[in-house]
Design a protein around this ligand. Structure first.
Ligand code: CU
Length: 110
Protein backbone atom coordinates (compact mmCIF):
# COMPACT_ATOMS: atom_id res chain seq x y z
CA UNK A 1 0.00 0.00 0.00
CA UNK A 2 2.85 2.40 0.82
CA UNK A 3 4.43 1.64 -2.52
CA UNK A 4 1.24 2.50 -4.41
CA UNK A 5 0.87 5.79 -2.56
CA UNK A 6 4.40 6.87 -3.46
CA UNK A 7 3.71 6.00 -7.08
CA UNK A 8 0.63 8.19 -6.99
CA UNK A 9 2.58 11.13 -5.56
CA UNK A 10 5.25 10.65 -8.18
CA UNK A 11 2.63 10.72 -10.94
CA UNK A 12 1.12 13.95 -9.58
CA UNK A 13 4.57 15.56 -9.56
CA UNK A 14 5.16 14.67 -13.18
CA UNK A 15 1.81 16.11 -14.26
CA UNK A 16 2.14 19.28 -12.16
CA UNK A 17 5.69 20.10 -13.22
CA UNK A 18 5.11 21.35 -16.80
CA UNK A 19 2.26 23.61 -15.66
CA UNK A 20 4.53 25.24 -13.10
CA UNK A 21 7.21 25.78 -15.70
CA UNK A 22 4.74 27.43 -18.08
CA UNK A 23 3.52 29.82 -15.42
CA UNK A 24 6.95 30.84 -14.17
CA UNK A 25 9.27 30.86 -17.15
CA UNK A 26 9.44 34.03 -19.20
CA UNK A 27 9.22 32.08 -22.42
CA UNK A 28 6.68 32.00 -25.21
CA UNK A 29 3.35 30.40 -24.45
CA UNK A 30 2.18 28.16 -27.28
CA UNK A 31 -1.33 28.72 -28.59
CA UNK A 32 -2.97 26.00 -30.66
CA UNK A 33 -5.49 26.63 -33.43
CA UNK A 34 -6.70 23.04 -33.67
CA UNK A 35 -10.35 22.57 -34.69
CA UNK A 36 -10.69 26.31 -35.35
CA UNK A 37 -10.24 27.06 -31.66
CA UNK A 38 -7.53 28.98 -29.84
CA UNK A 39 -6.29 26.80 -27.01
CA UNK A 40 -5.90 27.83 -24.33
CA UNK A 41 -8.66 30.37 -24.95
CA UNK A 42 -7.50 32.66 -22.20
CA UNK A 43 -4.00 33.48 -21.00
CA UNK A 44 -2.45 35.89 -18.53
CA UNK A 45 1.07 37.02 -19.34
CA UNK A 46 3.57 39.63 -18.27
CA UNK A 47 4.23 42.75 -20.36
CA UNK A 48 6.99 41.96 -22.84
CA UNK A 49 6.08 38.29 -23.02
CA UNK A 50 5.16 36.62 -26.30
CA UNK A 51 2.65 34.12 -27.54
CA UNK A 52 3.66 31.60 -30.15
CA UNK A 53 0.62 30.88 -32.28
CA UNK A 54 0.85 27.62 -34.19
CA UNK A 55 -1.45 26.47 -36.95
CA UNK A 56 -1.70 22.81 -35.96
CA UNK A 57 -5.03 22.63 -37.73
CA UNK A 58 -6.02 21.42 -41.19
CA UNK A 59 -7.53 24.82 -42.05
CA UNK A 60 -5.99 28.12 -43.08
CA UNK A 61 -6.00 30.69 -40.25
CA UNK A 62 -5.34 34.42 -40.05
CA UNK A 63 -4.70 35.70 -36.54
CA UNK A 64 -4.83 39.37 -35.61
CA UNK A 65 -5.10 41.45 -32.45
CA UNK A 66 -8.34 43.42 -32.36
CA UNK A 67 -7.04 46.57 -30.65
CA UNK A 68 -6.03 50.18 -31.24
CA UNK A 69 -3.23 49.68 -28.74
CA UNK A 70 -1.16 47.32 -30.83
CA UNK A 71 -0.80 46.14 -34.37
CA UNK A 72 -0.46 42.46 -35.11
CA UNK A 73 -1.63 40.64 -38.19
CA UNK A 74 -0.28 37.18 -38.95
CA UNK A 75 -1.37 37.14 -42.56
CA UNK A 76 -2.51 33.79 -43.91
CA UNK A 77 -1.18 30.93 -41.83
CA UNK A 78 -0.88 27.63 -43.63
CA UNK A 79 -0.91 24.33 -41.76
CA UNK A 80 2.31 23.99 -39.74
CA UNK A 81 3.17 27.70 -39.74
CA UNK A 82 3.79 29.66 -36.55
CA UNK A 83 3.77 33.35 -35.64
CA UNK A 84 5.13 35.01 -32.53
CA UNK A 85 3.38 38.06 -31.13
CA UNK A 86 4.85 40.12 -28.31
CA UNK A 87 2.58 42.05 -25.94
CA UNK A 88 4.35 45.13 -24.58
CA UNK A 89 1.39 47.07 -23.20
CA UNK A 90 -0.59 46.08 -20.14
CA UNK A 91 -4.31 45.53 -20.59
CA UNK A 92 -6.82 43.12 -22.03
CA UNK A 93 -6.55 42.09 -25.65
CA UNK A 94 -8.41 39.81 -28.00
CA UNK A 95 -6.78 37.72 -30.68
CA UNK A 96 -9.23 36.94 -33.46
CA UNK A 97 -9.13 35.05 -36.73
CA UNK A 98 -10.02 36.93 -39.92
CA UNK A 99 -11.33 33.71 -41.47
CA UNK A 100 -13.23 32.25 -38.51
CA UNK A 101 -15.12 34.97 -36.55
CA UNK A 102 -15.90 32.59 -33.67
CA UNK A 103 -12.22 32.08 -32.86
CA UNK A 104 -11.26 34.18 -29.86
CA UNK A 105 -8.32 34.30 -27.50
CA UNK A 106 -8.45 36.58 -24.45
CA UNK A 107 -5.03 37.87 -23.42
CA UNK A 108 -4.52 39.69 -20.15
CA UNK A 109 -1.18 41.47 -19.97
CA UNK A 110 -0.08 42.37 -16.43
CU1 CU B 1 -9.12 30.59 -38.26
Amino acid sequence: MKLKLSHAICLVSVIAFPVGVLAQANSDIVISQKKRTYAPGQVTIQAGQSLKIINDDIFLHHAFVDSDEMDFDSGSMEEGETRTVQFDKRGKFQVKCAIHPKMNLDVTVE
